[in-house]
Design a protein around this ligand. Structure first.
Ligand code: CA
Length: 414
């Protein structure tokens, strides 16, 4: 609390300058690089030197090692198969009952990937997207009714007169025509001027829709039950607040809230016993894996194992402080952008383990989820690239999306 009171506004903006944030200078140079990529890509396409469906041109094989040499070089316990590159791949969903992988790209591109041919088709019907810094098209999750009606949940950021607003919508995806239809907004994040910490990952379990909602780089909303920023939310499948939510009746958005005190939870997943876990992009050295329990307060910004970006200290999580301590935390930070809990047969020894992909860490970590609510790191693989998303395929392979301009990877037993 002391830090929050005495830290001047200027410092607050520095503290918000997180690993996932891209300075404007970077964005400018990135635009130039993108333009060069586009020109080069168009030129190579003329000569049939690139796959026409790739979102980003393939680099020359002399720049990057082939998948087999990558595996050998790093001594991974899995083979890494490289597929096409994506401009800003953000989330993936294997669509039940189909041979399609649905891929969201933060720029607003939604694509159906035919898993037999690798062909990518653009899905029409994507709404207007606010695409800036961390904002854009975010998560995609198949509804329980997907095999009957193509029901699909989508989260994205849209323009708002107060800045930008995260929303969740539900619609119907026709995979035959690659059309997203009847998309209706069913939940709205409180808007904010900043362009970061939206979170907006979703989990469907037991008839509920869980949504992660970041603090929008404003710190204090995470401790205010009247706003839905800095929270995990438990909603009905139509987006209304679920009955029995622990903070209901306290005004504002309190009826939506399941847990509070979160910064930027970019991953949420359930284990086989139904426990819900969330990965959280923390401040400097404060990344967390949390076991999410309804009604609990996870401490941000009053407690964290990390410190602010200007090195202002934050009290550590500790016994008796009234906050739920993380199941695991990372110092130095790995910047977890996604969380997956493995349930497949292809890697039987990994069943029940959690996997987190790191942005700044350029790693994939494997965690054992313990009965007592803690988690133990079992493996940490240096992938050499920022990792944005992880998803388990129907056959048990693990598909990985590298960040900005990176490859779509498939991990299989060696
Ligand atoms: Ca915490």
């Amino acid at each position: 609390m002391f830090v929050l009171i005495v830290t001047p506004l200027l410092s607050a903006s520095v503290r918000g300058y997180a690993r996932e944030y891209r300075p404007k200078m970077w964005a400018m140079s990135s635009a130039v690089v993108s333009l060069i990529h586009t020109i080069l890509f168009s030129f190579l396409s003329l000569f049939g030197l690139t796959s026409p469906m790739s979102s980003v041109p393939e680099p020359s094989s002399s720049i990057l090692p082939s998948s087999s040499s990558l595996s050998d070089m790093r001594n991974f316990p899995f083979e890494v198969i490289k597929h096409e590159r994506h401009a800003e791949g953000w989330a993936m969903e294997f669509l039940p009952g189909t041979d399609y992988l649905l891929i969201s790209d933060r720029s607003g591109l939604l694509q159906l990937r035919d898993q037999t041919t690798g062909e990518l088709r653009e899905v029409s019907g994507v709404p207007e997207i606010f695409h800036q810094s961390e904002a854009g098209l975010h998560d995609v999750v198949a509804a329980p009714s997907f095999t009957q009606d193509g029901g699909l949940y989508v989260s994205w950021v849209r323009p708002h007169d107060k800045g930008a607003q995260g929303v969740v919508g539900c619609g119907h995806l026709d995979t035959a025509t690659a059309q997203l239809k009847d998309l209706k907004v069913i939940w709205e994040q409180d808007p904010d001027e900043s362009d970061g910490h939206f979170s907006l990952r979703m989990l469907l379990i037991d008839g509920f829709l869980y949504v992660t909602s970041g603090d929008r780089r404003d710190f204090t909303p995470a401790q205010d039950v009247r706003t839905n920023q800095g929270k995990t939310l438990r909603l009905n499948l139509d987006g209304t607040p679920a009955v029995g939510n622990p903070f209901a009746g306290q005004g504002g958005r309190s009826a939506e809230i399941w847990s509070m005190g979160h910064r930027n939870p970019l991953g949420i997943a359930a284990d086989e016993s139904g426990r819900i876990w969330a990965s959280e992009m923390g401040p400097k050295g404060g990344d967390e894996l949390n076991l999410i329990v309804g009604g609990e307060n996870y401490g941000w910004p009053n407690a964290s194992m990390g410190s602010h970006y200007d090195n202002q200290p934050i009290p550590d999580h500790g016994p008796g402080d009234g906050y739920q301590a993380p199941a695991a935390y990372w110092k130095p930070a790995i910047s977890p952008a996604n969380l997956m809990i493995y349930t497949g047969e292809l890697f039987p020894e990994w069943k029940g383990n959690a996997f987190l992909g790191g942005l700044s860490g350029q790693t994939i970590v494997r965690m054992q989820l313990n009965e007592d609510g803690t988690a133990t790191q079992l493996d940490k693989w240096d992938m050499g690239q920022r990792i944005r998303a992880l998803e388990q395929a129907p056959d048990g392979a693990i598909w990985v999306m590298e960040d900005k301009g990176g490859y779509l990877l498939e991990l299989r037993p060696r």
